[in-house]
Design a protein around this ligand. Structure first.
Ligand SMILES: Cc1ncc(COP(=O)(O)O)c(C=O)c1O
Length: 440
């Protein structure tokens, strides 16, 4: 099978989907008003729909999941107080700096034993009162599905157990439901069943659900009143946002049942890669749409794999030790076949023809830099360059390698040698941000 140079298969995230024809029609015909004043009818309709879906009193439409999380933490957590969350959660990883800058939040990070899943016992221990009354916990955050846990869905019963522990300690529980629809598709539970065990929650319509933009916070009326105040305070009071809410309504109408096929595609992808690199991924541990491949011992780093795959038109992300791929609505079974074929061709090129692993434009991805049989030609520069994935904090630069601090980085796609950034001594001298780095 040949990977076409004209078709980029983008598995970097489930946020990369393009709006459907129905969404584009709804956007064009949306009835709008000024959401600052609360009178955009389409935004209000979407908020009412989500309040109903979650069984909460009210909901607020916001541009991003990050802003939902940040506003929720600002509302619930006093500066200097703790949020308890699983150690690899989005809120205490990618959003750590935002929470520090916006709200002075501190995190008590609790490592899960497997797949990012906290147990009631773990939570109980983390909520033990401080004998000196110095460390105060204001909020528990549960991420479902858990992204770095491999898209693992917590069953409703587990969330209920966590909620019981939090309630007994008088601490509210907030659900980061960026991919809660995936959890519902995998477990068969409804959004409301999850929501009933949380004081407030966030739902994303731009991940997997296919909407171009937008997430919602849901909770009781007082909480959402405060959310609306903070939305204005943080500069997110958009105006005729109904054009985006209209696409969100279509996403809800189309439903989340379709996500099951993303999950099937992910498992098939995992099975295909497992055949090529035995032990690198366990397909039975791929419950939703996220596939992590452990590339340790393959002779290439995750960044080199990402670079080689990009050179044949397959975009993935790299994290320390692993390559991450997400399936979504713009990926079909034929794409999965093509991606498996790409892994196979790159893997066999490194075994049989190590000097021909990567094309010159792809930089040093483990081979000698000469044109490879696995490459059909350069990927489109716009696709290669358009690899800024805010949802996972991945920004592609010509020279990004692991920063060594467990943060996401990604691979340089357009050539140039790999160079450590973030913890090198020479990076400051070429820092394009100059003195802005030190403004806070
Ligand atoms: C679990 C989780 N929470 C929150 C977010 C942030 O969402 P957004 O990209 O809409 O800001 C993400 C992004 O992927 C996520 O994976």
């Amino acid at each position: 099978m040949r990977v076409s140079m004209h078709r980029i298969i983008d598995l970097r995230s489930d946020t990369v989907t393009k709006p459907t024809a129905a969404m584009r029609r709804a956007i064009a015909g949306a009835d709008v008003g000024d959401d600052w004043y609360g009178d955009d009818p389409t935004v209000n309709l979407l908020q009412d729909r989500v309040a109903e879906l979650t069984g909460k009193q009210a909901a607020a439409f916001l541009p991003t999941g990050t802003l939902c999380n940040q506003i929720a933490m600002h509302a619930y957590v006093r500066s200097g107080h703790f949020v308890v969350c699983e150690a690899q959660s989005h809120v205490c990883g990618m959003e750590l700096h935002s929470a520090a800058a916006l709200s002075g939040v501190a995190f008590r990070r609790v490592p899960a034993r497997s797949h990012g899943q906290l147990t009631a016992e773990d939570l109980e221990r983390s909520l033990e009162p401080d004998p000196y009354d110095v460390g105060v916990v204001d909020l528990v955050v549960v991420e479902n599905t858990h992204q770095l846990g491999g898209g693992w869905p917590a069953p409703v019963a587990s969330v209920a157990e966590l909620a019981a522990v939090a309630t007994a300690r008088g601490v509210p529980l907030y659900l980061d439901g960026a991919r809660l629809f995936n959890a519902c598709a995998a477990t068969g539970a409804t959004v409301a069943e999850y929501a009933t065990h949380s004081d407030a929650l966030m739902l994303s319509l731009s991940k997997g659900m296919g909407a171009p933009i937008g997430s919602l916070l849901a909770g009781d009326a007082d909480f959402i009143r405060e959310v609306r105040r903070l939305k204005i305070l943080f500069g997110a009071a958009w105006r005729q946002a109904g054009i985006m809410a209209a696409a969100g309504l279509v996403a809800l109408d189309e439903g989340h049942e379709r996500l099951i096929s993303d999950h099937e595609n992910a498992r098939r992808l995992a099975a295909g890669v497992a055949e090529i690199l035995p032990g690198s991924v366990d397909p039975s541990a791929v419950p939703t749409n996220i596939v992590f491949v452990d590339v340790t011992g393959t002779g290439r780093t995750p960044w080199q794999w990402a670079e080689c795959l990009a050179s044949v038109g397959v975009l993935v992300t790299a994290v320390p030790g692993r390559v991450r791929m997400l399936t979504h609505r713009d990926i079909g079974p034929a794409d999965i076949d093509a991606v498996i074929a790409a892994w196979k061709r790159i893997e066999s090129a490194s075994v049989t023809e190590p000097e021909k692993t990567c094309p010159p434009h792809a930089g040093d991805c483990g081979g000698g830099g000469r044109r490879s049989r696995v490459a059909e030609g350069p990927i489109s520069p716009s696709a290669a360059a358009a690899t800024a994935d805010r949802s996972s904090g991945i920004s592609v630069s010509r020279s990004a390698t692991p920063g060594g601090r467990g943060n996401y980085t990604s691979s340089g796609l357009a050539g140039g040698s790999l160079r450590a950034v973030g913890n090198t001594t020479d990076s400051a001298s070429s820092d394009p941000r100059g003195h802005w780095r030190h403004r806070y």
